[in-house]
Design a protein around this ligand. Structure first.
Ligand code: NAP
Length: 387
C-alpha cells in the first residue's frame, strides 16, 4: 500500500469535499480504481467510494448541499439525520414542495457509510457500496430542493412550534421535525482499543474483513452480530477467535450452532479483553478469564468489536420517550408524543435495523409530517395517499 495522503486529512467521497471521521484516527487512504479511496485497517478502516450519483446535477433552482451555515435555516420540515430514513424523508418532503432542511451530522450518511457492499437493497441486483448508495440518496434529496447541512446538533427545544435545533451556534427551525438520528456501534472503551481504531480495531466486518486475508483475528461479543461477523470473517481470516465475557450467549441457537460448527472459529467463553496490545497496529490481546482472573496473551492481528448498538438519542433526553433499551418510542405510525415531531429509522428500531426498512420509515414520517402540516393549516398536502 502506498501512502498518498495525510491520514488526518480525512477522505473526499461521494458527498463532495466532506471530511469524514467516524471517530478515532483514520488510516492511510490509498487510491482505488473506482476513483475513491480506501482505508487500510492496518492503518485505517473504511472504504469510501467517490464519484457516481452524488455528482448528478441538481434540477434548476435546487439548493446545493453545504457544510456551512449558509442558506436557509427555517423550514416546514426539519430533518435530523442523513441515513436512509432521514434522506428518504427529505426526498418525499422535497417532492411535496416542503423545502426540507436536513441537519446531516458531521459524519453524514449513517451506518451504511461503514458498509462495503449491500446486497439486499432492492434495485441493485449486483449489490452496491454503502457510501455510493448514500451518495445517491443524497443526490436525489438535493435534486428536489433539500437543503443539507453537515453539522451535528448540540441541543433542541421542542416546547413549541416551530421546533428548534442548534448546531455550531446556528438556530434551525422546523414547523415539523423528523428525527432520524440512527444508532452507533458500541465500543469496549479501552484506551488501547480507541487508540488502535482504524489500525486493526474495527466495528465493521463487512468494511474491513477483506484486509485480514490469511490473518488470525478476534471478534468480541456474544450476540447475533458477533456470531454473524465471526462467520463472515472466516471468508478472509485464517482463524477467528470469538471472545465472550460469559458462558451464556444472547445469540440465537441457529447462530450459535453455525459458529460452533465453523472449523475456522474458536470460541472462548468467560473471556474479557483487558487490553489491545500494539503501538501502531494490533499485535495481540490481553485476555482475562472472568472466573479465575488469570490473564493471558492471544496473538492476533485484528479485533472486531460487535457488542451491540446505541441509539443516538442523547440530545432528545427529557423531550421524548425512550423504551427500556433507550430507543425512541413512536406511537401511532411515526408520531412521537409531541404533535408535529416524527421518528423514523434505527433510532426507534432495534428489531429490523435494515436500510430498506429505515427508508420506508422515512417515507412514512414525511407523509405523516405533510398531513400534519396540512391539518395545522401550514401547507397543503401534495403526496397522494389513500386516506
Ligand atoms: P446484543 O444482542 O445486545 O449482544 C451484545 C453482546 O455483546 C452481548 O453478548 C453482550 O454480553 C456483549 N457485550 C456488551 N457490552 C460488552 C462489553 N462492554 N464487553 C464485552 N461484551 C459486551 O447485540 P447484537 O448482537 O448487536 O444484536 C442486536 C439485535 O440485532 C438482536 O436483537 C439480534 O438478534 C439482532 N441481530 C440479528 C441478526 C441475525 O438474525 N442474523 C444479526 C445481527 C443482529 P452479555 O450477553 O454478557 O450482556
Amino acid at each position: 500500500m502506498t501512502d498518498t495522503t495525510d491520514p488526518e486529512a480525512g477522505a473526499t467521497n461521494a458527498f463532495g469535499s466532506l471530511k469524514i471521521d467516524f471517530g478515532g484516527r483514520l488510516g492511510t487512504p490509498v487510491p482505488t480504481p473506482a476513483g475513491g479511496s480506501s482505508l487500510n485497517p492496518f492503518g485505517g478502516g473504511i472504504s469510501i467510494i467517490g464519484g457516481g450519483a452524488a455528482d448528478a446535477a441538481p434540477i434548476a433552482g435546487g439548493p446545493p448541499a453545504t457544510a456551512s451555515a449558509e442558506g436557509p435555516t427555517k423550514s416546514n420540515v426539519l430533518i435530523i439525520g442523513s441515513g436512509p430514513a432521514g434522506l428518504t424523508a427529505a426526498i418525499y418532503a422535497a417532492r411535496a414542495n416542503l423545502s426540507p432542511i436536513v441537519l446531516a451530522g458531521s459524519a453524514p450518511g449513517g451506518q451504511l457509510m461503514l458498509t462495503s457492499e449491500i446486497e439486499n437493497y432492492p434495485g441493485f441486483p449486483e449489490g452496491i457500496d454503502g457510501p455510493e448508495l448514500m451518495g445517491r440518496f443524497r443526490a436525489q434529496a438535493a435534486r428536489f430542493g433539500t437543503h443539507i447541512v453537515d453539522v451535528d446538533i448540540d441541543r433542541v427545544d421542542l416546547s413549541e412550534r416551530p421546533f428548534r435545533a442548534w448546531a455550531r451556534g446556528v438556530e434551525y427551525t422546523g414547523e415539523s421535525l423528523i428525527i432520524a438520528t440512527g444508532a452507533s456501534a458500541l465500543w469496549l472503551n479501552l484506551e488501547s482499543e480507541q487508540r488502535l481504531r482504524g489500525r486493526g480495531v474495527s466495528a465493521c466486518a463487512t468494511c474491513d474483513g477483506f484486509f485480514f486475508r490469511d490473518r488470525e483475528i478476534a471478534v468480541v461479543g456474544g450476540g447475533d452480530s458477533a456470531m454473524e461477523e465471526a462467520n463472515y470473517l472466516t471468508r478472509f481470516a485464517s482463524k477467528v477467535h470469538l471472545l465472550h465475557r460469559r458462558d451464556g450467549f444472547r445469540a440465537s441457537k441457529i447462530m450459535i450452532d453455525r459458529t460452533y460448527g465453523n472449523p475456522k472459529i474458536e470460541v472462548h467463553t468467560n473471556a474479557a479483553i483487558d487490553e489491545v496490545v500494539g503501538d501502531t497496529k494490533v499485535e495481540a490481546l490481553r485476555v482475562k478469564d472472568t472466573r479465575t482472573g488469570d490473564v493471558r496473551e492471544m496473538r492476533i492481528e485484528g479485533l472486531f468489536v460487535a457488542i451491540g448498538h446505541k441509539p443516538n438519542t442523547d440530545v432528545f433526553a427529557g423531550w421524548l420517550e425512550t423504551d427500556e433499551k433507550g430507543y425512541l418510542v413512536a406511537h401511532e405510525h411515526t408520531n412521537s408524543r409531541i404533535p408535529g415531531v416524527f421518528i423514523a429509522g434505527d433510532v426507534q428500531d432495534h428489531r429490523y435495523r435494515q436500510a430498506v426498512t429505515a427508508a420506508g420509515d422515512g417515507a412514512r414520517a414525511a407523509i405523516d409530517a405533510e398531513r400534519w402540516l396540512e391539518s395545522e393549516g401550514i401547507a397543503e398536502h401534495q403526496t397522494a395517499t389513500a386516506w
